[in-house]
Design a protein around this ligand. Sequence first.
Ligand code: A3P
Length: 414
Amino acid sequence: MNKQRLLSGHETELPTSEELRKISEDLVKYRSGVVRILSDGWLYPAITTRYLDRLYNMELRPDDVFVITFPKSGTTWMQEILWVMLRNPDLDPNNEEMKEKLWARSLDVGLDMIFDKYEQAVNDMKSVAEKFSRVCPGKTKEDGMAIQIVESQPSPRVIKSHFPLELHNKDLLQKCKVVYVARNPKDMVVSLYHFLRVVKSGRYQGSLEKFARRVMRREIPYCPYWPHVLQAWRQRDNPNLYFTTYEDMKDDIMGQLRNINKFLGKNLTEEQLKKIAEFTSFSSMKTRGEPIDKAYYNEDVWKKQGGMFRKGIKGDWKNHFSPELNQEMDQWIRDNVKDTGLKFKFGDEFNAVTGTDRESFGDCVGPHGPETRNSNSTYLLDVAKANNVKICWILVPAAKSSPLDLLSQYRRGC
Ligand code: A3P
């Protein structure tokens, strides 16, 4: 069947063989088929349509809290924050539910879709398959293990989803609370690239540069990125939606926890929030959360580059992007945020050099000319950080001086 209409009203479309060839070129897993959901053209493994109607029909409870994100935007971090706030705010170590891995307590309703075949899911995600047998006796795996596990969970539930707002039940924002986390697309790309290499269900084989361009061309599953983020951004004043960013969480986690405390209508004390901040810190979550089922990983990539908790920083893109890719991405970002009011932080103020934030910072010139970013400028920034100096702008007439000289020369202007 070439076209199908989903309960959400969206039509699906199978890509042309040429498009499929491009999509599956480096992405081994998706050779068995993908589907686009119109009109934005959301790209998913073909198996996904089987679950979308079920998701649309899933009974919503008034105390459900959804965490919705484009992948690799800080979902797991927010899942753990919400789960702890709602289900174990005193961090009782004897809490029975806490014995389960953190990602499994607030399961991804779309988890089944990342596998081509159920047998693969059962092999790679043994813990999900076992849980399914335990909590959903007599039910059929093929109807979606994750959705049915979520249906069996006690309230209040924290439900993770990577689907855009529009593919959920139309009453979602009337009935439930939604926390949406966005991450700047440059760091998201680096993290998603790693993810699709480290998990067996991805096995991406190309370079990061190529991957990033494929994201911009919407040729990677879960894309397009912009409508996903902008649909939530436009709902930022809806009292049932809390919009935040990975970068804001990194910059001021206590501020975010206070906002979420209010959003959820909890009255947790400052002391409780401080403990939750510590409990959900990167190092603490990495210790508790890794590894997800070992069979899920390509072990060589995992050992060399990390698993789900890779670096947990802002601005890692600077270690990976060429100046050309960076310029292309800046243009892509400018084109898409135009007239929306949405602004991302890209890791540090020196990003002004890339031109992304030119409106706020004015024209900037780096050691190697305008709109460039390179190892010298990154080093200069590191030196600035080590000296506790905030760089707002730098004007450098020549690139001959050492970063330390430059810094002392321009300290007064910083
Ligand atoms: P990196 O790959 O850049 O390290 P998601 O949960 O949406 O898949 O996002 C994964 C990203 O969030 C990864 O980014 C991961 O390291 C980071 N992350 C997970 N837990 C975190 C935490 N407690 N604090 C900061 N970053 C975290």
